[in-house]
Design a protein around this ligand. Structure first.
Ligand SMILES: Cc1cc2nc3c(=O)[nH]c(=O)nc-3n(C[C@H](O)[C@H](O)[C@H](O)COP(=O)(O)OP(=O)(O)OC[C@H]3O[C@@H](n4cnc5c(N)ncnc54)[C@H](O)[C@@H]3O)c2cc1C
Length: 497
């Protein structure tokens, strides 16, 4: 079988199966309209967007994976809970397939929480496409621009347009960048976010006061501003996994595939041995197709696997679609409908708009316990309300209710909008199983300021201990793990020197 190499972030995704032995990229087998039971899809959408829906517990998800035995296999088992794997789990379950996903650490703990957070077509790739007359490259840009808009539409609370300013220090640069970025607008066509435009050096200085107006004796002649997308990668990833869970997928983080199971002839892969990394418990799960989305270092030579690798965050949805198409073909699966993720909001995105924070600010208080044990009310100020609205979409109301009703309204770290209530919410509704899950992926505190995350840590552990009924030794273990984790960051103190 052809070994698939990682193609790099700029290049398209590849899907391979053991049987075809070559790259397969093909169209959905069934269109949404072919599915007679439109009502099933509608019911599924309601289930995913029901405000009071709760993801199945970790125990329930693990039991569902264990119950998928030899005689009752899943349609698809996805290995890896990054952008691609979580996208594939959501795609498969919304096509009516029985699927599961296992992730050895946390959702997004691999590459998917460490991206540059851009949803982009790739201006530089367009430049290459033009200068090298490379139509393949051009099509990739076109495709990524379409996907950029889809992600922003489907996940409006976590993704939005981002203005990018290109300073020009000669009139040649002004013309060059203006023309190039106008071409970028043109290629985006109806998926354009906003038109690019030129700003004189005076206007640019007003917009961006710290912009240098002279570099190496060259005067600033102006800037060209164009738009790409920006996203919260870790929360988008967690959102995909949780939406898949709400739709019925058995997703389990901190669960690692430690070996693959073969049929009696030793030829075909029919399942996986999985270790729950929180308890050490091992179990087998059987599936008609194993979809390997284990990231940049995945081994695609394993016969019997459908492997998806490469691509970029921006195109995760279409990569997932291609991977599920390949899985359907490889396992002769019978989905009830075609891919619907083109137009599928992730949980919290349905009904959200940018003014939603006002609901949070006006209707909720932050009840705070003082050190002396007294409970005092505090304002749900705009910074906190805005943060909750963007991080959780319409589900922010649940977090705000916890802050108000369970006296968990204090900020976790001075200067940051993260609230104690978020720890409880994420433990209950987002499979947040460790302190690191919280400070690195449910929020970005560890990345924003390591010292603030260190200060917040004891309280994060205390709340998680309450939620998950951790004993003292588990709490100590969490503290040690997080302390080790912090060592992988440059401390904010070091950064000052
Ligand atoms: C520095 C950098 C910046 C980037 N910036 C951008 C950007 O701005 N915009 C953009 O569109 N793209 C960007 N990308 C690309 C994008 O981040 C990746 O394409 C994307 O995150 C890949 O997702 P993935 O799911 O394939 O891999 P991963 O996120 O790595 O997920 C694979 C998962 O598989 C799990 N796993 C591995 N083995 C097992 C096992 N045995 N059992 C269970 N689970 C397992 C891992 O723990 C991991 O979580 C960037 C990439 C890099 C490296």
């Amino acid at each position: 079988m052809t070994r698939l190499r990682k193609l790099g972030v700029a290049v398209g995704a590849a899907v391979t199966t053991a049987y075809g032995g070559s790259v397969i990229l093909y169209n959905p087998l069934i269109s949404t309209n072919d599915f007679g039971g439109e009502s099933r899809l509608e019911a599924l959408r309601k289930q995913m967007h029901d405000h009071n829906a709760i993801v199945p517990s970790r125990e329930t998800q693990e039991s569902a994976l264990i119950a998928a035995g030899k005689d009752n296999p899943l349609d698809v088992l996805v290995i890896g809970g990054g952008a691609t794997g979580s996208g594939a789990a959501l795609d498969a379950v919304t096509r009516g397939l029985r699927d599961g996903l296992v992730e050895r650490e946390d959702f997004a703990s691999g590459t998917s929480s460490r991206s540059t957070k851009l949803l982009h077509g790739g201006v530089r790739y367009l430049e290459k496409a033009v200068f090298n007359l490379d139509y393949g490259q051009f099509k990739l840009v076109l495709h990524a621009l379409e996907e950029r808009k889809r992600v922003i539409d489907n996940v409006p609370h976590l993704c939005h347009a981002l203005p990018c300013m290109t300073p020009c220090f000669s009139w040649f640069e002004v013309v060059y960048y203006w023309m190039g970025l106008k071409m970028y607008d043109l290629v985006a066509g109806r998926q354009l976010l906003h038109f690019s435009r030129y700003y004189s050096s005076k206007q640019a200085g007003e917009l961006f006061p710290t912009l240098a107006n002279k570099v190496n004796d060259r005067d600033l002649r102006g800037t060209v501003v164009y738009y790409d997308g920006k996203m919260n990668d870790a929360r988008l990833n967690v959102g995909l996994a949780c939406t898949a869970a709400l739709a019925g997928a058995a997703v389990l983080n901190h669960a690692e595939v430690i070996s693959l199971l073969k049929d009696d002839a030793g030829e075909r892969i029919i399942g996986a041995r999985i270790r729950d990394n929180l308890t050490g418990k091992e179990f087998d799960t059987y599936a008609k197709v194993i979809l390997n989305a284990s990231g940049p270092f995945c081994d695609s030579d394993q016969p019997g696997l459908v492997t998806i690798t490469g691509g970029k965050w921006t195109t995760y949805r279409s990569m997932a679609e291609d991977a599920v198409n390949a899985a359907i073909k490889s396992g002769k699966l019978t989905p009830t409908n075609g891919c619907v993720t083109n137009n599928l909001r992730i949980s919290g995105g349905e009904g959200w708009d940018p003014s939603f924070f006002i609901v949070i600010a006006q209707h909720y208080k932050r009840m705070k316990s003082t050190h002396g044990g007294k409970v005092i009310p505090g304002e749900m100020d705009s910074a906190a309300a805005m943060h909750l609205s963007h991080a959780y979409g319409t589900l922010a109301e649940h977090v705000a209710a916890i802050a108000q009703n369970e006296n968990l309204g204090k900020r976790l770290a001075h200067g940051y909008p993260y609230l104690e209530a978020e720890v409880a919410y994420c433990a209950r509704h987002e499979y947040c199983e460790s302190a690191i899950d919280f400070i690195a992926r449910r929020t970005r505190l560890a990345f924003l300021e390591t010292n603030a995350a260190k200060r917040a840590l004891p309280r994060v552990i205390e709340i998680l201990a309450d939620e998950h009924k951790w004993d003292k030794s588990r709490q100590t273990e969490e503290l040690q793990n997080a302390t080790e984790f912090f060592k992988t960051f440059k401390s904010s103190d070091d950064a000052k020197h």
